[in-house]
Design a protein. Sequence first.
Length: 520
Amino acid sequence: MTTPATLRSQAAALRLAGRPAEAIDPLLQALALAPTDTDTYLQLGFALQALGLHSQAVEALRTPAILNPHSVMAQGYLIHATQKAADWSQLDADLAALRAALAAKPATADDEFGMPFALVGLPHTRAELLKAAALASRHVARGLKPMTPHRPVPRERIRIGYLSADFHAHATAALLVDLLESHDRRRFDIRLYSHGPDDGSTLRRRIAQAGTLVDVSALSMAATAECIRADEVDILVDLKGHTAGSRLAALACRPAPVQVSWLGFPGTSGAGFIDYVIGDPVVTPLDHAADYSECIAQLPHCYQPQDRRRAPGPAPTRAEQGLRDDALVLLGANAAYKITPALWDAWMEVLRQLPDAQLWQLSGGEQADSRLREAAGALADRIVFAPPVGMDEHLARLQVADLALDSWPCNGHTTTSDALAAGVPVVTLMNDGFPGRVAASILAAAGLESCVTQDATAYMARICELGRDAPARSALRERILARAPGLYDTTRFARDLESLYQRMWERALAGQPPSALPAA
């Protein structure tokens, strides 16, 4: 007999195999058999999202949220879907429901995923993100048992293991590759544990040559941990955190004496099995330590590495991008889920104050774009949507912008670095938590502190000031193109990071527990 669970499993397999359209029918069959089955509605929402049908996904995901008002997971999936669809019709109520469910959840629960990534793009406190991350870490680690403790042993070269699904043409790889190539091989043995695809890209080839690449994509969480333990990794660095495709749970098995979170997720892991989170004085000030489950380890400059070799190709014409040659082009390159009503209102006010400006926004798909146009009202004809393209083409086209408008409360991370790599100044608003402090860290390292603002009024004022002052924009562009060593000296960055690793390892060898490591 065909059951809803069987149909759900079939649909999930189809979706994960890249065939989401074929997953719809078995899910509808499952709902016909069990009309209130929340797991089926969740799977239907995921399949619709994979098809770019975000509005329909919202409708599918609203049912579990209604049926399970106290479920952090159900509320989180719903509100993240509404953000992808730019559907703000019930945003205040949905956000209140998510925060209420999170507040009511027992701190020691492990019965559902805490949806920390949904909070990242929305107003939240650091304590809320910590609780959501802790719920998520406990949930994904259920049933995984720590290995026998691995006693640190002095060795000539410290063995560093990096764990990621993104060792291919991906934003994380674009940031990381130069750093990997710059590690001191006399002092460090670099292992790269990949649970993502080999896409044959130039980035993949560079990464494969920067360390010993180990493909663990076919392994379970426990088997991944066993592989890392067998390699006698000293310091294991997870590069995914609470993002899609993560294997953070493998670290619950404690395969390495020292375990670290860095780069992939902008905040705490909430995991008791992670010893350190790597940040810097801007994104992870030590007075925020109470809202991190890990000990904060600070790099002296921006925590985000850059690739010195990355440079844009020839720029297209503005006409090819649907932009006016005589316009002030304001770039919005962050994903649609980072746009909130308050941010959109600020951008519309900027357009009103700068009548020659066009907003060049990264497309979120036909449905999201349509809603953003509707929210723009009379200003809709001054918005141009940029379709998704490959990484190299995207970097080249960014050069035609005059000024990039950062998002808040979640800043652009790789997005900010991309704009600077293309020579485009960025104006940001620095917020309270890690997700809203990244652009400030990047801009400070690039010598562009004047582009960091502290509130919405100052943010709009700075954009308008630069929008009216072409020479000031040119001066900023010249400073960017000079490649400030605070951001682009990868050799220095590698030595700073290795110094942090050395300090972590010395404490472990001495039998001392992890401790905050301030910027040296």
